[in-house]
Write a protein that binds this ligand. Structure first.
Ligand code: PMV
Length: 295
């Protein structure tokens, strides 16, 4: 993970973890369960009360998100080793890091996971419109989580024991806009509701075979097919899934909203896939599950 350097006096820092959805993206927006795992990549926000803080440039939504949490005279530094807009929860990690850094700057004791969730969700909504909350939950809690938000009710989340998986991430290099993809999926309902139901059922089943890598891999493959069916995959993502299977992965699927972003592959040994990806000029890296955060 990134180490953003020494903390100056008067400055404060917070961190949010990246994540991968193992099973259940998109369906989770409609009340189905999903499984997501925090990974060993993160975003760190450093805040200092430095009058004359330079304006934040770039994505307009970034300035809007920051303004929800910090005053204009607070200098904001963002360090991250998460690829942006690739389905690895970069906006949720930013929201969580920002909320934690802001609490520290105010001299508050570190807020608990529920408080971080409540404060970070408005920031996540700036980027994602109608997020299920799974990214924020995993980013602030770490570990492997089964997450479900039944319509009109508060989410329920359970930590599951995270096995020692080896996960390789293949990056399509294309940015997927989560808000747009979630809106596209909404516009295809109710015609795709059977596929969303099946994705939810897969996520439930996956929770029962976390240690059985061939069975879990087969579920990931099925999940990818269903994500194709609801229209969020791309030819490039399909090709990356095939590449992973050619290298002997137990299973592979797009992870996150799709329309670009990354593919995750569950493997016994990362080396063959990392080598094949390098030969084909595909950016790839191993991601390790990040443990549950201390409460
Ligand atoms: O693309 P990401 O990392 O933001 O993943 C979003 C997961 C979705 O299910 C597509 C949306 C959501 O809010 O749950």
């Amino acid at each position: 993970m990134t180490e953003p350097g020494r903390l100056e006096p008067g400055a404060a820092r917070g961190r949010g973890l990246g994540k991968l959805v193992l099973c259940g993206e998109h369906a989770v927006v409609y009340g189905h369960p999903a499984l997501a795992v925090a990974v060993d990549r993160c975003t760190t926000v450093t805040l200092s009360r430095d009058l004359g803080a330079p304006p934040v440039e770039g994505e307009p939504r970034l300035a809007e998100a920051l303004s929800r949490v910090v005053e204009p005279d607070v200098a904001v530094r963002i360090d991250s080793d998460l690829p942006i807009g690739r389905g690895m929860g970069s906006s949720a990690a930013l929201a969580v890091a920002l909320v934690r850094a802001r609490a520290a700057l105010q001299g508050e004791p570190p807020p608990g996971a529920e408080v971080v969730f409540e404060r970070a969700m408005p920031v996540e909504r700036v980027f994602h419109g109608n997020p299920s909350g799974i990214d924020v939950a995993v980013s602030s809690r770490g570990g492997l989580i089964r997450y479900q938000r039944p319509p009109g009710r508060s989410p329920t989340l359970t930590h599951l024991p995270a096995p020692r998986w080896r996960i390789v991430v293949l990056d399509s290099g294309q940015v997927g806009d989560t808000a747009e993809l979630v809106a596209q999926v909404a516009s295809r309902r109710p015609g795709i509701d059977d596929a969303l139901d099946r994705i939810g059922a897969l996520a439930d089943h996956a929770g029962d075979c976390l240690d059985d890598l061939p069975a879990l891999g087969a579920l990931l493959n099925d999940n990818h097919e269903l994500l194709r069916r609801i229209g969020v995959s791309t030819p490039d993502l399909d090709a990356l899934v095939r590449l992973a299977r050619d290298a002997g992965a137990y299973g592979a699927k797009l992870a996150g909203a799709g329309g670009g972003g990354v593919v995750l592959a569950l493997v016994a040994d990362p080396e063959p896939l990392l080598r094949l990806a390098a030969d084909r000029g595909v950016a790839a890296f191993e991601c390790r599950p990040a443990p549950e955060e201390p409460r």
